[in-house]
Structure formats: C-alpha cells, structure tokens
Design a protein. Structure first.
Length: 131
C-alpha cells in the first residue's frame, strides 16, 4: 500500500529568484552581491565588478529589484545570519564575524532593528538544531 507523506517544510532555492530579472547587469550585480555580501563589500565593489557607472547601475537596479544596491547587500548579510542562527550551533559572535559585521554589538543592533528581536531570541524561537 502506498502512503503519501507530506513534507515537514519547504526550503526555497534562492537561485530561482533571479528569474523575474531581465537586465543582465542587474543579474550580474545580484550574483556578485549574493556571493560577496558577507565579505564586507560596499556598493563601489559591486560597481567595479560590473563595470558600469554608479548612476546607471543604481537606476537599473532600483527599476528591476525595487531596492537600492546598498539595501540588498544589507539584506543578504542579514539573511545569511538568520540562516546560520537557525541551522548551526555556531556562536552568535562567530556568525557576526562570518557575516561581515565589524562588532558583535553592531550586529545585535542591526538585527534587532530589522527583526525586532535579538539574534539570541531569534535562534531560541526558530532553531532547527539541538543546542
């Protein structure tokens, strides 16, 4: 007898969220940001990697993505931090460093401002691993 077992949860593939983008420069910028956000990159490094002017890429990026390059870099770092908080037993300080934050205090303030909870509170509520 066959039995259908529903999934416990679905993990979205982040590689598919470029499908709605059509501008090759914006797609290239998004890939660069996704691969380098936690290395402490700034908008200037994205521009250097893509090879077009700031005003040109910022305009195209805003039209395609709906956010600024800086905002997307910031979001990528926070998303990586959230992922590590729930899927690893790394210390919050290690996660802060991996995600390119200059200090643990700064990471806490940015995280709390964005999610209205501290990284520890977030981990306690959403952790997928036994601590």
């Amino acid at each position: 007898q066959r039995q259908l077992i529903p999934p416990m949860r679905v993990i979205g593939r982040r590689s598919t969220d470029y499908r709605s983008l059509s501008d090759p420069s914006v797609i290239q910028a998004m890939h660069y940001i996704r691969n380098n956000a936690c290395k402490g990159i700034k908008v200037e490094q994205v521009l250097d990697a893509i090879g077009i002017s700031r005003s040109n890429l910022e305009k195209r990026f805003k039209e395609e993505v709906g956010e600024t390059i800086h905002t997307v870099i910031h979001s990528e770092k926070l998303e990586k931090a959230r992922s590590l908080l729930v899927s690893t037993t790394l210390s919050i300080n290690e996660i802060s460093q991996i995600c390119g934050y200059p200090s643990l205090q700064y990471f806490y303030s940015v995280f709390k401002k964005e999610y209205d909870v501290t990284p520890k509170e977030y981990r306690d509520r959403h952790s997928e691993v036994m601590m």
